[in-house]
Design a protein around this ligand. Sequence first.
Ligand code: ZN
Length: 476
Amino acid sequence: MTALHRSTDSTVLVGGPPSKLPTVHGLFTLRTYTHDGTSHAVMSIGDPAAVDAPLVRVHSECLTGDALGSHRCDCGDQLSASLAAIAHAGTGILIYLRGHEGRGIGLENKLRAYALQDAGLDTVAANRALNLPDDARDYTAAAAILHDLDCPQITLLSSNPSKVTALEGMSITVADRLSLQVPDRPESAGYLEAKRRLMNHIAPAEHPHVDTTEANTEDTASTVGTISTVVEEDTLAVYDTIAGGDEVVAQLAQSEDGFIATSNGDAQFVSGQIDRAHLHRVRASVGAVLVGCGTVVADDPQLTVRAVPGKNPVRVILDPHGRIPATATVLTSPEAPTLWLTGAEVVPPKDIGDHVRMVRLPATADSEISPATIISLIREHASGSILVEGGGRTVSSFLSAGVLDRLFLTSAPVLIGNGVPGIRFEGTEVMAEALRRPFRRYRFGEDMCTEYLLSKSASGGSTENADRSPGDASTA
Ligand SMILES: [Zn+2]
C-alpha cells in the first residue's frame, strides 16, 4: 500500500508507519492517516485487502462514550463490539474518525446539547435549538483510507444507513451491512430511540448480528475444578458436546442476589451481551428449547438463534392451563416450529399457524407434570439436546427433579433487592448436604457464568453423587 494518496477532493492523505497494538480484543496493527489536517487512527487485523468484503467499522470519535465510559450513548459499546467482531473474524479494519465528536459538532457543542437534553429535548431537537446541524460528519477521509488500503468493497459494521450512502457516494461498495449486538442501556434508550425515529438508525434486533462471544478469548475456561482456569484462544468446547449429545441443559441469568427480573417483571437486561450471545450459542446447539408459560407471558421471547450463526431449535412451551396469549410470538411467528405442551381442556385459538403443534399433557392428580414426563414428551418430537431456558421456576423444578445434565448459571454484578426469583428449591438443613458439583467458570465481560456439571455423563464420571437431586435425598 502507498503512504501517499490523493483522495477525491484532492486533499492529500498521508499514512503513518504501522505499529503493533495489543488490546483486550487481540493484537491489532495501528497507524495514522492524516487527511485535511486531522489524524485518524486506523486499526487493522489480518490482510483485509486479500478478502472480498472485509469487516469494516467506520467509528466516529466520541470522547465521552469511547474513553470516559459514558452510557449516554452506545458509542463505547459499539467500539468494543466492533473490535471484538473484527478480532473474531481474524481480518478487518476499524477506522477511528477524529473530529466526529457529537456527530461533527465538537465536544463543547455536544455538551451544550447534553444540557438541553437534560432539560427534556431529544438529540435532534437539541442540536437544532443550538442552530447546529443534525449530522455534520464527513466520510471523505474514511473512503480515501479504504481506497488506500485497497479495500473498495467492504462489509460495514453499522446501524446507520447514511454511512452506507456516504461511502457508496465515494466509490466504496458496501456488500453487506451488519448491526452489532449491543444492548440499549437504560440511560441511552431514549437517545437511541430518537436516532432510530428521527435519523433512520436501525435497531439491532431487525438485522443479522455479529457474534462477539468467541472474540472475548480470555473469557473461556476449560478445566473442571473448584478453581476456574482461564484459557486464552479457546472457544467453548462444551457447545460441541451439547450439539453432539442428548443432554438436558438449563441456562439462567440472575442478579448477584438471585433474581431474574424486578418485581414488576422488567428483565431487560440482567446480564450483558456476551452472556446473551452465549445463550444463543447454546440454543444453536440443541434440538429443542423449553420455557414455562410465565416467561412467554412476561417476555414474549422469540427463542430463535440470532446473535450467532446456527439453526433454530424447536420451541417448546410448557403451558398446562393455556395461559399464553394467541398473539405470543412463538404462536404467530413461523421462524421455528413450536411445540405447545398444554392440558386436554385447552382450546386452541382459531387459525393457529402451521408451525405450531399442540401436544396434550397427561392429566395428573395434583396437576404437576413431572420434568421427566415433559422430557420424554419433547423427545418424541425433537432429537438432540434440550435447553431449559426459563424462567426461574421451570429451571428450578428441573434442577430439583435431578433431570439436568448441565446448568449454566450466570451471575450479573447487580443487586435487584426483590423481584422474580431465579434458582429456588427446597434446600437442605446442613451445608454438608447442599448441592455441590464439579463446575467450570467463564467470565462473560462483567458477568460470571458457572457451568455446573450435574450428571455423571456431563462431568465425565468425576462426581460421586451426580445422580442425586438437590434438596431431596429421597430422589435417587
Ligand atoms: Zn457517543
